[in-house]
Design a binder for this molecule. Structure first.
Ligand SMILES: [Cu+2]
Length: 142
């Protein structure tokens, strides 16, 4: 056992004013909120795919640190073509997986790679990178 004197020299409590404690807690909560927003929040509205001569709905998605846009709106009952233009060298983004369509796509760097997906019912169909860290979502609406 340490004597009281030794304990005091090893560990000393410095009492802080309550306002400072509150401030530290507040900043902590703000940082937690910011993190949740960053990883789970909705970042802007979905971007609609446009029609094309082929009858497919088309959209080009830029892959650079994330999917831009990450929320894509398409119409139900029409096949679609998604083109990914990969600018990010991170190996993590070299693959896109569409779990609901049981398909995946390998993306070459500085190239545009397209996938055609069949017409589908209205709903929300997420897609993600090879390791499920970077995510996007297909919003299929009537
Ligand atoms: Cu990843």
């Amino acid at each position: 056992m340490l004597s009281d004197a030794a304990q005091t020299s090893l560990w000393r409590t410095i009492d802080q004013p309550i306002a400072l404690k509150g401030l530290v807690v507040g900043i902590g909560l703000l940082l937690i909120a910011a993190e949740l927003w960053w990883f789970l929040g909705r970042h802007g509205a979905g971007v609609a795919a446009r029609g094309s001569d082929t009858g497919l709905q088309e959209i080009t998605i830029s892959v650079d640190g994330g999917y831009k846009p990450a929320r894509i709106q398409v119409k139900a009952g029409r096949a679609m073509r998604l083109c990914f233009h990969r600018l990010d060298p991170s190996g993590c983004l070299a693959q896109v997986i569409f779990p609901d369509f049981q398909t995946s796509l390998d993306l070459r760097l500085h190239a545009t790679t397209c996938v055609e997906l069949p017409a589908t019912a209205a709903g929300v169909y997420p897609f993600h990178c090879g390791m499920n860290m970077v995510r996007g979502v297909l919003e299929v609406v009537e």
